[in-house]
Design a protein around this ligand. Structure first.
Ligand SMILES: Nc1ncnc2c1ncn2[C@@H]1O[C@H](COP(=O)(O)OP(=O)(O)OP(=O)(O)O)[C@@H](O)[C@H]1O
Ligand SMILES: [Mg+2]
Length: 376
């Protein structure tokens, strides 16, 4: 294993970062994080890798005095990022709320990477998430052989974050059953996790905090209890206000994804991205972009994230089966799939939109034809 280096007992492959299908944020942007840490002379909260200012710069992008360019990870209001970062430096936890595809998970991962250098202390919330996932479990072989002991205890990511002073992440908190959610109340208010079986507790050390994400659309599935909600500062991530901002987000992410999938870069793709974003925004808002025609909205969310997958899929088609240039025909099937979730109602909405809006639009003839072809 020539490329393997031993680091603190862990064998790491030096090529692994480039070979992993999806490296963690702290690995993918290790260079930027290092440059920020070196340039950062502002005060850092205990156990933070960077100052709050540097964390915000990491998320929003910027240029360091030595010329290092920090790429923007989140495109959106600066204030939102500042409030989110500052919250993590207080005794309140951070709840990122928003409709699907507004970068809640993405922001949570990058925040944890920048603050703690580790975004992997993660609990994925589902309807089946059990208390052990939030607190701790047991290694049953050890437990049966030697009885309950620290050695037999399997700490959850939250418990590890507490004892190491790191950032824990809980995804989709509102999908978690209410009684399991409530295990977080003691953690967040008393900063302790009792282990009754051992008559012990794990007390959080400074640097510990928690970022949860929750989807607006899941509201009511498992409402956050008011006791728990009071422990969080809620930051709502909005949909991109301006079309151009959304085009930029899509273009940037598609470019990053395309590179990790070895897709040839398509410089002329921006026009197609603009059209896909326009279609998504118009259908989402129920109004054409000139504000003249009212439209029916389909049942799907048509989020920025979905626009990113439609374009990425289109690029793959263009690269493997087309002439390497992204054209309407490469994205049409993807758009149709995103818009028509419910085969009957959405199909009607889509047909009406195609006939009333797309067909009449200057310079969109190829787009209209391509969409008609796949929906026929
Ligand atoms: N404002 C934005 N700035 C940068 N990237 C964005 C923005 N909005 C969406 N994205 C991109 O959209 C993709 C999906 O985001 P993410 O998975 O974090 O959404 P989410 O809010 O967690 O959605 P869900 O509710 O479905 O879990 C990411 O690749 C992210 O880069
Ligand atoms: Mg998410």
């Amino acid at each position: 294993m020539e490329s393997a280096v031993r680091e603190g007992g862990v064998v790491t492959d030096t090529h692994a970062v480039t070979q992993k299908l999806r490296p963690h944020a702290e690995d993918a942007f290790a260079g930027e994080l290092k440059a920020l840490a070196a340039a950062d002379d502002r005060p850092r909260p205990e156990r933070w890798r960077l100052s709050p200012w540097a964390v915000a710069t990491y998320l929003l992008g910027g240029e360091l005095p030595d010329g290092t360019v920090i790429t923007p990870k989140y495109v959106g209001p600066r204030r939102i990022v500042e409030v989110a970062v500052t919250t993590l430096a207080t005794d309140r936890a951070l709840l990122l709320l928003g409709v699907p595809g507004t970068a809640k998970t993405w922001v949570s991962e990058h925040l944890a990477a920048a603050v703690s250098g580790d975004s992997t202390l993660l609990v994925q919330g589902t309807a089946g998430t059990a208390e052990e996932a939030m607190r701790y479990g047991w290694n049953y072989a050890q437990l049966l052989a030697h009885g309950p002991s620290r050695d037999a205890l399997v700490p959850s990511p939250v418990m590890r974050a507490m004892s190491e002073g790191m950032t824990a992440r809980v995804e989709e908190l509102t999908r978690v059953p209410a009684d399991v959610q409530d295990t977080l109340i003691t953690v967040l208010s008393e900063k302790t996790l009792p282990i009754p079986e051992l008559g012990e507790e794990v007390q959080a050390v400074r640097g510990f905090n928690l970022i949860a994400t929750a989807n607006d659309r899941d509201r009511g599935v498992n409402e956050l209890s008011s006791a728990l909600r009071r422990r969080f500062n809620t930051v709502v991530l909005p949909l991109p206000e301006m079309a151009e901002a959304e085009v930029e987000i899509v273009a940037r992410r598609v470019d990053q994804l395309g590179r990790s999938l070895d897709l040839p870069s398509v410089p002329d793709g921006i026009e197609e991205i603009r059209r896909v974003v326009t279609v998504f925004r118009e259908l989402r808002s129920g109004m054409t972009s000139d504000g003249r025609t009212k439209l029916k909205s389909p049942s799907g969310t048509l989020s920025t994230a979905e626009a990113i997958s439609v374009i990425t899929g289109g690029l793959a088609l263009a690269a493997h089966f087309g002439d390497g240039v992204l054209r309407a025909g490469d994205v049409a099937a993807g758009i149709q799939g995103a818009v028509v979730r419910d085969p009957s109602a959405d199909q009607t909405v889509w047909q009406e939109y195609l006939e009333a809006v797309v067909r009449e639009r200057d310079g969109w003839k190829d787009f209209y034809r391509a969409c008609r072809e796949v929906s026929a």
